[in-house]
Design a protein around this ligand. Structure first.
Ligand SMILES: NC(=O)c1ccc[n+]([C@@H]2O[C@H](COP(=O)([O-])OP(=O)(O)OC[C@H]3O[C@@H](n4cnc5c(N)ncnc54)[C@H](O)[C@@H]3O)[C@@H](O)[C@H]2O)c1
Length: 355
């Protein structure tokens, strides 16, 4: 099978590339390295190997067509990711997330390939329903508030993809990940788990935004990635959007306490008001709980990694070592989950943009 992963040098894309390689695929990675790093996939790039890296932007239609030409399936993960990055660079992010996707849709259609398109749970906005089903209403603030443009752009991507499915018969499945975490994720753009874990490992205060009562359902990337692969082969998923999130809801305050406990860190936990952590007008989501029923039915998605294991795996990827009572190392070293023993990019540089 010939697969293309746009954004394959990023966090999820790197893990997916590893997984596809393990399954025997030839993989083309298209990435402009704006937030990703070649270190993510460097161990996979052997001379004469089955992974080819193309440095290029999804905004460049020629690069996109060349990368996708002859592919059986495409995973479109390239994006300006997360609300913080969008707040910093609104026009560029909007262009990447809308026009980039349009280019990928066109090239995939021309190649006659199937497509898995990464959307996001952010598209539900302020809907705090107990379990968000895929048909749930989107409750968004004004499009003039930059905070909402990530969700707005991903919503347009979904609408585009669905139009290509309906009018051109494109075999496209949309996935809406909810807070995916794991080794090699950077905390630079506001991703909370690597940011707090890195603070705990440095013995610095863990900075929890707001009162810490906001909740999330964290999903380990190793639970997500095989389900993404299966989604691309599941005809019942074409034309649909599918939630994939963690099974357990946890508040950010409790997450910080778990991190301190699991890592036996001396760090205190401090609360930082949102208007100190983010530009003015930022609004956090109070709650984000997925209904994973559709993903379970279509591709057997059942997230199994608990929050303590997620914390340990992220900490290990940042250099933390811990031993069991019997002296053996607990869990796997970074990269041991994949085929490669991939080396790990430093997750949070000292001069992080995080407060
Ligand atoms: N991580 C999560 O919790 C999460 C949650 C919901 C949705 N998603 C979606 O999953 C996808 C992957 O997210 P991630 O967490 O791995 O983020 P990431 O930032 O690690 O990966 C994105 C990759 O896209 C690349 N990229 C950015 N702009 C590009 C361009 N114009 N051309 C080519 N490459 C470009 C970056 O260099 C990076 O390698 C994104 O589409 C994101 O919106 C992620």
């Amino acid at each position: 099978m010939r697969s293309v992963v746009t954004g394959g040098a990023g966090f999820i894309g790197g893990h997916l590339t590893e997984h596809l390689l393990e399954r025997g695929d030839d993989v083309v990675v298209l990435d402009d390295l704006s937030t990703g790093s070649l270190r993510t996939i460097a161990p996979l790039l052997r001379p004469g190997g089955r992974v080819r890296f193309v440095r290029g932007s999804v905004l460049d239609p020629v690069a996109v067509h060349e990368a996708i030409d002859g592919a059986d399936r495409v995973f479109h993960l390239a994006a300006a990711v997360g609300v913080r990055l969008i707040l910093e660079r609104p026009p560029e992010s909007l262009r990447t997330n809308i026009h980039g996707t349009e280019n990928v849709l066109d090239a995939t259609r021309e190649a006659g390939a199937t497509l898995v398109l990464a959307s996001t749970s952010e598209i539900y906005g302020k809907n705090t329903a107990d379990r968000l089903e895929e048909g749930a209403d989107r409750i968004l603030g004004s499009p003039l508030t930059e905070r909402w443009t990530y969700a707005a752009a991903k919503g347009i991507d979904e609408a585009f993809a669905h139009a290509y499915f309906r009018d051109f018969g494109l075999r496209v499945a949309i996935v809406r990940p909810f807070n995916t975490v794991g080794p090699r994720q950077t905390g630079r753009y506001g991703m909370v788990v690597p940011r707090l874990v890195a603070q705990a490992l440095r013995g610095e205060p863990l900075t929890v935004h707001g009162d810490g009562g906001q909740t999330r359902c964290f999903c380990d990337v190793r639970d997500l990635v095989p389900a993404l692969e299966r989604l691309s082969r599941e005809p019942r998923a074409y034309g649909l959007a599918v939630n994939m999130g963690g099974a357990t809801e946890i508040s950010i305050g409790d997450l910080a306490r778990r991190i301190v406990d699991v890592l036996r860190s001396p760090s205190p936990i401090v609360h930082v008001p949102y208007d100190e952590a983010y530009p003015r007008g930022y609004e956090d989501m109070r709650r984000r709980v997925p209904d994973n029923g559709l993903a379970a039915r279509l591709v057997g998605f059942r997230p199994a990694t608990g929050i303590d294991q997620i914390i340990e795996r992220v900490a290990r990827s940042l250099g933390w070592r811990d031993t069991c009572v019997d002296g053996s190392e607990r869990d796997a070293a970074p990269g041991a989950h994949g085929a490669s023993g991939a080396s790990v990019a430093p997750a949070v540089p000292a001069a992080s943009r995080e407060s």
